[in-house]
Design a protein around this ligand. Structure first.
Ligand code: MN
Length: 287
């Protein structure tokens, strides 16, 4: 099932060119008093809601997919976890290009570990990536993103994929420079997910998905998740050995080679097999 969030925080199921409006199930989510829960309420409730969503599909009102404004499919992740240097050819291009590594040692992923992006950087495909530092190099990074579906603490890799609720396409936008990754990759609008969440049952092997990113029609990145140095299960094992993963947490799995700059006016198209495609505009940030 392809679940999207759209327009005024509505919930939809995408089938072909249509969105079925199943927003009524949002009334089933608990209402909260302070303090708020440490998970995304919709993703946490999803296993219980999916049967009702499925049942209402035949009678749900529909709207054309082309007419909706797509929001990030997960509204309130508590953590955005990301893997650096997780494709060999990207490691090689980072080592070879000083405008990528900026004099910093490019560690292999087992030494570099994982990093966190601020949740405030999250947008959906109908928003625009807004460049704040146009004088610097701002790169696209297409990545497979896993959405965690349950509380996951110290999960061995053998059962790590069972904690995944679904998948999205992700853009780990990055300003190159000497600052910590967590700062350079947490600029407002620098974490894009979309176009929808594909439930995990529809992706039989997340380790064998073709991906492609184009800028203004030109192919920049083309690879497969089969080339990941550390696969998704290993990343979940490693992340959850340090911190408990919560429903709605996002895991960006790393980008392949071909990272390159974008500027205001550019249009990014990103596609991952089994998930779909999305188009994102790049603009100069308003002052
Ligand atoms: Mn990345």
């Amino acid at each position: 099932m392809r679940l999207c969030r759209y327009d005024d925080n509505r919930l939809g199921v995408v089938e072909g060119d249509l969105v079925h409006d199943v927003s009524h199930v949002l009334d089933r989510l608990p209402s909260f008093r302070y303090p708020l829960p440490e998970h995304d309420p919709l993703i946490a409730a999803l296993p219980g809601l999916l049967p009702e969503i499925r049942k209402s599909l035949a009678t749900a009102p529909t709207i054309s997919l082309a007419d909706v404004r797509l929001l990030p499919p997960v509204a309130s992740p508590r953590k955005i976890v990301a893997a650096p240097v997780n494709y060999r050819k990207h490691v090689e291009e980072a080592v070879a290009d000083p405008t990528i590594h900026h004099g910093q040692t490019v560690l292999e992923i087992d030494k570099a570990g994982l990093f966190l992006k601020a949740t405030s950087s999250l947008i959906g495909p109908s928003d625009a990536v807004a460049i704040r530092h146009p004088e610097r190099r701002n790169d696209h990074e297409i990545e497979l993103v896993a959405v965690i579906g349950e509380v996951a603490d110290r999960v061995p890799r053998e059962r790590a994929l069972s904690v995944v609720a679904g998948y999205c396409i992700g853009l780990d936008m990055t300003v190159r420079g000497t600052e910590e990754r967590s700062m350079r990759k947490s600029i407002d609008t620098y974490s894009v997910i979309g176009p929808w969440l594909v439930t995990a049952d529809e992706i039989s092997d997340p380790g064998d998905l073709a991906m492609e990113l184009r800028v203004n029609g030109e192919v920049r990145q083309q690879a497969s998740t089969s080339m990941l140095l550390r696969d998704l299960a290993t990343l979940i094992e490693r992340a959850s050995s340090f911190y408990t993963l919560m429903p709605g947490d996002l895991l960006f799995t790393g980008t392949p080679e071909g990272v390159a700059p974008v500027k205001g006016g550019d249009v990014i198209q990103a596609e991952i097999q089994g998930i779909g495609a999305m188009t994102i505009s790049v603009v100069d940030a308003a002052r």
